[in-house]
Design a protein around this ligand. Sequence first.
Ligand code: M6R
Length: 615
Amino acid sequence: MCGIVGYVGHRNVVDVIFKGLTNLEYRGYDSAGMALLDQNEIKVFKSLGKLINLKNVLSESSAQLTAPTSGIGHIRWATHGSPSLENAHPHTCTCGKLAVVHNGIIENYKELREELIKKGCKFRSQTDTETIAHLVAHEYENAKDLEIAVRNAVKKLQGAYAICVMHQNVPDVIIGARKNAPMLVGVGEGENFIASDTPAIIEYTKKTIYLDDNEIAVVTKNSIKITDIHGAVINKKVETLPWEPVALSKLGYKHFMLKEIHEQPDIIRNILNGKIYDIDSPVVLNEVKIDKDTLKKLNKIQIIACGTSLHAAMVGKYLIEDFAGISVDVEPSSEYIYRKTTTDSSTLVIGVSQSGETADTITAIKQAKEKNSHVLIITNRPDSYMARLADSLIPVNAGIEVSVAATKSYIAQLISFYLLALHLGEIKGTLSGDFLKNIKHELIQLPTKIEEILSNASSIKECARIFSSFKNFIYIARGINLATAYEGALKLKEISYINATGYPAGELKHGPIAMLDETMPVLSILIPGGITYDKILSNSEEAKARNAKLIALTSSDDENLKALFDVVLKIPHVCEILSPAICCVPLQLLAYYIAEFLGKDVDQPRNLAKSVTVE
Ligand code: M6R
């Protein structure tokens, strides 16, 4: 949610910042802007909407620029104030000599703004961020030292911030500070960077210093100084990023989403490699740092997550209860944090997050830590703040996910839950040897089955064509695939803006059946051999009797289904317990192709952002 890039060094400043923002654009695209130090003067350029518009503004204004030597840039996902040019970052102080970009929300900005207006500051936007510009400028007037001014200013801020500040009287110095929002320093040679996330700097350096809360980084092209809120210098570890810039390329696919869907078989292979050596050996999950005796006695788990990660958590609940017999609660992080929970030191709390940055989940995890629970984090970003809060960390290793709609990270989370549930079951001795062999064998087969779906996607594309004109959908399922129905419907909503709802098939008759007619297609997830098949078939019949168009997603070979369903989407044979890892793929493709037919912006759907860093 929003993205920050700051640069000082020998390269073309505009190009470096623009490239960095391009690699962060999946985080927000309401507006973009840059402040550049050029000929001892701060020059600000802004545009509305996608980043490409900023490129146009910059080329139209090229006559105003000679050779900028440092700068800061931002892409915005609007929180305070509508997406408009005045509200776009960077924001400047009254005299325009100081510029700031900001991610997060300043909760006490109204009080600060009133005070600053009384002191003569002229505000030009509705944002909370502009308050920071005036506040730092005001502190600078007193302290005559930008570092001290930033330190004094952030002490007055309440809420969440990652900020990057520059002042024309302090040339080629960029200052970053953070609290409850990610920020890092990219370490180069004769150049240095400040950014809100690693994709912004990966083209130029893999060396990174992660700032912690209340730390301030003063960065020039040849120096990096990090201090705490009191000004004491801190020696921080320089870490090396684990991935390559190629991860940010579409590799010939039309969209990142399609590329990421196609990466799923190899992601599963990578995750299983090193965790399941053969079907006769236990799962190796050294990442879980709880001793075996404690694990054996464990009788309560709470899983907290948001969005797609929440759906993975729902599958996880089902698996852990089934394999290990441990009771599991699943809750949206944003609900967990506002109630009195029963979390205590004997609860294992699992946080699930693709980005590791989601504010709701971070707050929930912090609350669980305060109750002395062991916190296990399942994330795609082992470099994230959430990962650093973990007592145990399972990195899902899906690689950078650029498309705002989560796909490959979801399947990676699911596979991590299969491994965790098996691991817990093996420790507790709740699973038979035959079951363990079979399930491990079937897990290893998953990538090939998904490849089969991906190479026969034409039926899904045709289904998307037929149904792309419908305005409403219901996805029904029971048991372990209820989460699949939720996730399939969420994918469709996110990228096509169609009103799609996941619903427990058995609940249809308790209300939503009233909405059914020929305008409301019902998609049923039917896995034969399991305990839910016949019941969902009956629920589908009930929908048919109300003239709903029916789609089946099934591994059944029953030819009679063609008489009941308007479209039958076939998937390879799979046991019910593993079917969520197969069924999610055609639903991702269905959502993708419908959005494609409708001409939607698949990778960057309106109103969304990849990391939701506000509560
Ligand atoms: O990074 P997280 O997994 O914590 O993010 C949670 C949700 O914001 C995220 O899953 C969101 O729902 C995605 N857009 C789903 O496609």
